[in-house]
Design a binder for this molecule. Structure first.
Ligand SMILES: [Zn+2]
Length: 282
């Protein structure tokens, strides 16, 4: 990816957040010139809105995920560890979700949540089966580059999977595998009631440089791919977890994504899923 194009993406949103803290993700276009926007679009870091219907999202996800090899997304994730190229991380969770997500018609949740699709969680005010809607993905791409964030919603998963082929294939090094193993060791040495906010601090010693946001995003990816969960709230490696099953914890404020939000130290690492993604020798 072109360095200048990445810089345009990051600096546009940084400016927007500073000047318009409440609505930066909607009003960011006030902080970028037409010339820079065109440059970023040419180099695939910013985009015109994607016009798509609810149903088409899932057809395209299936098409995209079938062209991607598991080994390549695992390698991308590993490569991100020593290089801090955190934009390579979300492909792993997007691939995992893309493999199991069902093609389905928009199916409204029961009242009072009928504004959401009960299967994927997309907002029915924005998406419908028949109408094409315009989706802005630039804020999602900003989170991908800035925090290595896992793509939570189906349109973001589609975007991520379709982006994968624009990234050069990468090969992890021994250093990446060392960092991965160190993270596993730290997770397994957690106190029984530790949760993600504690763990995200503890894994900082595995990296040369990192911040809380990107480490939390990494652990959320581990949740999505089935490595961090509790006894009943599982990740997406074996089956798609419908929106209505992705429970929040009964506390006032918890911004950790499902199912990592349910993980505690006593649950350790799901060894079967660890081996499935990273192999027994890693
Ligand atoms: Zn849906």
């Amino acid at each position: 990816m072109d360095k200048k194009a990445i810089k345009i993406l990051l600096s546009t949103f940084a400016k927007a957040q500073k000047k318009d803290p409440a609505n930066w993700f909607k009003n960011y276009s006030n902080y970028i010139s037409d010339e820079d926007f065109d440059y970023a679009k040419r180099h695939c870091t910013m985009f015109d809105p994607m016009v798509i219907s609810h149903d088409e999202i899932f057809v395209r996800i299936k098409k995209a995920v079938e062209t991607i090899k598991k080994e390549d997304v695992v390698n991308a994730f590993l490569y991100s560890l020593s290089t801090r190229r955190i934009e390579y991380r979300s492909f792993l969770s997007s691939y995992c979700i893309g493999k199991v997500i069902p093609i389905h018609p928009l199916t409204k949740c029961e009242q009072p949540n009928s504004i959401y699709c009960s299967i994927c969680g997309l907002h029915t005010g924005y998406y419908s089966n028949e109408l094409n809607e315009s989706v802005d993905l630039n804020a999602s791409n900003y989170s991908k580059y800035k925090f290595g964030a896992s793509m939570e919603f189906a349109h973001q998963v589609l975007f991520d999977l379709e982006q994968f082929h624009h990234f050069p294939k990468v090969t992890p090094t021994e250093k990446d595998v060392e960092i991965l193993n160190e993270i596993k060791k730290i997770i397994k040495s957690s106190a029984p009631d530790d949760r993600i906010p504690v763990l995200r601090k503890r894994i900082s010693t595995a990296f040369q440089k990192s911040n809380n946001y990107e480490r939390e995003s990494l652990l959320e990816i581990f949740g999505v791919i089935g490595i961090l969960h509790d006894e009943t709230h599982l990740g997406f490696a074996d089956r798609y977890i419908p929106f209505t099953e992705r429970e929040s914890r009964p506390i006032h404020y918890d911004d950790v994504l499902y199912p990592a939000n349910w993980w505690q130290g006593k649950h350790g690492v799901d060894e079967e899923k660890w081996d499935f993604w990273f192999g027994k020798n890693r």
